[in-house]
Structures are given as C-alpha cells and as structure tokens.
Design a protein around this ligand. Structure first.
Ligand code: THU
Length: 153
C-alpha cells in the first residue's frame, strides 16, 4: 500500500495544534501509520507536575495500541522549530517495543525530515523476553517480531 509521507507529516502538523504545552512552550505533533493504512495522531500533554508530561509520540502510539493496533509502518514527529524533532530516549524505548523496523520521520518546521528506523534510533534497547502466554494480542495476533541478534536491536 502506498502512502504519501507528506500526508503523514501534515497529520503530525495538525496534531501539533492541539499540544498542551504551557510550561515549555515546545509544541509537538506526531502521526503514526499502521501497516493496514490507519492513522493515529498525538500531541504532547504537559502537567504542572512536570514529570507527568507525556510526549506526542507516546500519545499517538498508546492511542493506537489501545485501539487494538499492533503493526506499525511509520511515525512522523514535528515541532515548530527549524531543528529536526527527534524522539526522546523514553519514546524510543516505547517505539522499539512495538515496531523496531518502523520508519521514524523526524521533521522540522518546513516539513523536511531525517528518517531512521526505531531500532536504529536506540541501539541495544532494553529487551525482556515475554512470559509464556503473557501477552493478549487483539484478534489472536502474534506478538511483534523481535530480532534475536542483540547487536541489531
Ligand atoms: N516532547 C515531545 O512531545 N516529543 C519529543 O520528541 C521531544 C519532547 C515534549 C515533551 C515536553 O512537553 C516538551 O516537548 C519539552 O520537553
């Protein structure tokens, strides 16, 4: 299935408009594309207790997973700055959990981007083998495929 990257970036840009960032003023939008072609967006949501803030990327991913999605093709993330917006370390670990092979498009305010896979953004990510029968994937789908060579994670 073909999907124009501009559409993914535009979806992330629209989500950025909904950012709740009164403390940092740094507004971020994300858009996540499933393998089946469905789109989920997210924005950063800050809190007066700063550590409770959730990044745009995790909002998009958690919305998707809680809607039954498990297979992801690409994610775009954009801020309003001239620098490319790159996911924080916590988000990288969360992205790798579900989609190590997913393409991550890190955009600037002009819609230009750098692209890297989720696993490429987090070498040697933390990995815990799932407990036998511990996962409960919707629709009886298998858990995400994991690379078995630690050097490739
Ligand atoms: N933030 C994101 O939403 N995504 C990123 O990739 C980087 C950081 C948010 C968290 C916080 O609301 C603000 O940007 C400043 O750290």
């Amino acid at each position: 299935m073909e999907f124009p990257v501009e559409k993914l970036i535009n979806t992330a840009r629209a989500a950025r408009e909904r950012a709740y960032a009164p403390y940092s003023g740094f507004r971020v939008g994300a858009a996540l594309l499933t393998v089946e072609g469905r789109l989920y967006s997210g924005c950063n949501i800050e809190n007066a207790s700063y550590g409770l803030t959730v990044c745009a990327e995790r909002v998009a991913l958690f919305k998707a997973v809680s809607n039954g999605e498990r297979n992801f093709a690409a994610l775009a993330v954009i801020s309003g700055r001239t620098e490319f917006c790159t996911p924080c370390g916590a988000c990288r670990q969360v992205l790798v959990e579900f989609a190590p092979e997913m393409d991550v498009y890190m955009c600037n305010d002009r819609g230009e981007y750098k692209r890297q896979t989720a696993a490429g953004l987090l070498p040697l990510s933390f990995y815990l083998p799932p407990a036998a029968g511990g996962d409960n994937p919707p629709g009886g789908k298998k858990p995400p495929t994991r690379l078995t060579e630690p050097v490739d994670r």
